[in-house]
Design a protein around this ligand. Structure first.
Ligand code: ADP
Ligand code: TYD
Length: 212
């Protein structure tokens, strides 16, 4: 488990289904916090460090059946461990605000729910190798069809999960809302079915409140 005895910064994560606007809002929040004088590290998962970005390519590109569900949990957790060691914990120790586009809640959903019930395994591995949650998690809640259309319109090489279609998007949305209810102290649910600026104003207000 990773412990950071000197941690003094704040750790914020964005979660939500594909295409819900997480990356857009994470960027906007990082810019707004910097303008307010905070020292901000904007990062993402899977990835965020050179080694974790290598693992990202392994899990998101190529044949969707390349990895078993269990192997996938190990790969995402390995990427997270590297990201924690090399980027997140050093930034927190230096008193910075870390804004992370997806974190362990995504593994709880995508690996924990999409191919059978593996949530316990995800949580056990998290406790063993990561052992830390964000201080605040902003869940951008979104109509699953809209999110999927937006994600597909981006047309990247990373269609690993978007390729699973609208049914997965619906199940992930329900799962994320249940997760927010499970961890009410750190989750805030934001309606993402609104204009980018409107969502950004609410996100900033919640984040500033958490940082105060
Ligand atoms: P995610 O990171 O959750 O997959 P993105 O931030 O990449 O989502 O957004 C997906 C697409 O939808 C992008 O093209 C983005 O510009 C657009 N988008 C994001 N938020 C909104 C919004 N509130 N209204 C309309 N389009 C949006
Ligand atoms: P991301 O780039 O955030 O996708 P999007 O912008 O479309 O939301 O993440 C890529 C994919 O990786 C996404 O479909 C969710 C998946 N994922 C997992 O399956 N497990 C994880 O632990 C993480 C962090 C992401």
């Amino acid at each position: 488990m990773i412990r950071s005895p000197t941690a003094s910064g704040r750790f914020l994560s964005f979660e939500g289904i594909d295409g819900s606007g997480k990356s857009t809002q994470a960027r906007r929040l990082a810019d707004a916090l910097r303008a307010a004088g905070h020292d901000v590290v904007l990062t993402r998962e899977p990835g965020g460090s050179p080694g974790a970005e290598d693992i990202r390519r392994l899990v998101l590109e190529g044949d969707p059946d390349r990895w078993s569900a269990e192997t996938e949990i190990l790969l995402f957790t390995a990427a997270r461990r590297d990201h924690m060691e090399r980027v997140i914990l050093p930034a927190l120790s230096a008193g910075k605000v870390v804004v992370c586009d997806r974190f362990a809640d995504s593994t709880r959903m995508y690996q924990g729910l999409s191919r059978g019930d593996l949530r316990d395994l995800v949580d056990q591995l998290h406790d063993l190798m990561i052992g830390r949650e964000p201080d605040l998690t902003l869940l951008i809640d979104m109509n699953p069809e809209t999110g999927l259309n937006r994600a597909l319109a981006r047309q990247g090489h990373e269609e690993r999960f978007e390729g699973f279609g609208p049914d997965l998007q619906r199940r992930m949305r329900t799962g994320f809302l249940a997760l927010a209810a499970e961890y009410p102290d750190r989750f805030r649910v934001i309606d993402g079915n609104r204009a980018i600026d409107t969502v950004a104003v609410e996100v900033l207000a919640i984040a500033m409140d958490a940082l105060a």
